[in-house]
Design a protein around this ligand. Structure first.
Ligand code: FAD
Length: 337
């Protein structure tokens, strides 16, 4: 393989029901930094149906080029068909780097494409940089239960690939006046490329705000002692509602069956980056911190003044969450008038 033939850092832009996922923008911001580091350009690959109008948004967030596969057959995500499209794109355009969001779709698609192209993929990265050689990407991810950070490279194969967790990198500011190239591509698909058939979309987790996209998260841990605080009328849900936010949870609360795993924050849950994270009766285990220390402001409420969560918070309240949380909610309601 002549590595010099492969150029460009490409973000696999993910959209759902005609709306781009935030992680696509976060990756474009970081992709641009990587591209600058290796003297290359950053682009996006957009796949779906009626998605072409989204290309300008990607350009506004840093893409120099957007390759669009807009085809009715691609209206719903399909592992084998989307993989085929990306493999064809690789053979035609010869990109150097593929950045994929570590979302449900990205975690399904990325490894399949990497396997088909016989290249390496680093999953669930939390850091990206350029090696001293000025051309190899260094993919950083937690390993051994979060106790070490592993740096992984793919020096001999192309594309260099990785999935990156949402909310690890900040979304860049949009520049509506930015210009770029939109290239329409043809998806060469036959029935044999669809090994599964889309039957129905069943949305999980209700209509509320998703924790990955929330500006405010009120999270509860084992100390909440049951499911009640997490659901409608419960003290965590009430505080989240008054702040227009979402309810999150530690793994202990999820494992106890008090709340669905979709709300879990941490190493095996979601990585979140809200403006405000309120951790209630959560001790602050390293695996929980791995998912929330990117929050702009952290408030911890815990009755144990030595709880590790107090080491990472901006404001700490030593007290019983069952007393503090309702008081906070009442004070916010009163302040709102
Ligand atoms: P605890 O550690 O039991 O803490 C409960 C806290 O509540 C204590 O600090 C206590 O002082 C306080 N408290 C009790 N009652 C009250 C009250 N009335 N008012 C105020 N404070 C009170 N964990 C995650 O969260 N997310 C993950 O993704 C995750 N992934 C993991 C992956 C691996 C491989 C492993 C090994 C573990 C993982 N864990 C994860 C588990 C993690 O190690 C901890 O066990 C878990 O985070 C503890 O949850 P907790 O803080 O709710 O419970």
């Amino acid at each position: 393989m002549d590595l010099a033939e492969y150029k460009g850092v490409y973000v696999i832009a993910e959209q759902f029901e005609g709306k781009l996922r935030n992680v696509s923008f976060e990756l474009l911001g970081q992709g641009r930094k990587l591209a600058d580091g290796i003297g290359d350009e950053v682009g996006a690959v957009l796949i779906g149906y009626n998605v072409k109008p989204l290309a300008q948004e990607l350009i506004a967030h840093g893409a120099h080029k957007v390759y669009v596969y807009d085809d009715e057959k691609l209206a719903n995500y399909n592992t084998t068909a989307y993989s085929k499209v990306l493999c064809d794109f690789f053979h035609e355009v010869k990109p150097n780097v593929f950045l994929v969001g570590a979302t449900n779709i990205g975690r399904d698609l990325g490894p399949r494409v990497a396997n088909s192209l016989k290249t390496g993929l680093t999953a669930d990265c939390t850091g990206l940089s350029v090696d001293e050689d000025g051309k190899t990407i260094v993919w950083t991810r937690p390993a051994l239960g979060g106790n070490i950070m592993a740096e992984i490279i793919c020096p001999d194969n192309r594309p260099q690939m990785g999935t990156v967790r949402p909310n690890v990198f900040k979304k860049p500011e949009a520049d509506p006046s930015a210009t770029g190239e939109v290239i329409e591509m043809e998806a060469k698909l036959s029935d044999a490329d669809f090994m599964t058939k889309f039957v129905e979309l069943i949305k999980m987790g209700g209509e509320g705000v998703k924790i990955e996209e929330a500006d405010v998260i009120v999270a509860g841990g084992r100390g909440m002692n049951g499911a009640e605080p997490f659901v409608g009328g419960g003290i965590l849900k009430e505080l989240a509602d008054v702040l227009g936010g979402a309810v999150g949870a530690s793994r202990a609360a999820v494992d106890a069956g008090w709340i669905d795993a979709l709300h879990q924050v941490g190493q095996t849950g979601k990585t979140v980056g809200p403006k405000l994270y309120i951790a209630c009766a959560i001790s602050g285990a390293i695996q929980h911190l791995a998912g929330m220390t990117g929050s702009d402001c952290i408030i911890a409420i815990n009755k144990d003044e030595d709880a590790p969560i107090f080491k990472v918070c901006d404001y700490g309240i030593v007290g019983d969450a069952f007393e503090v949380v309702p008081k906070l909610t009442a004070a916010i309601k009163a302040a709102k008038g």
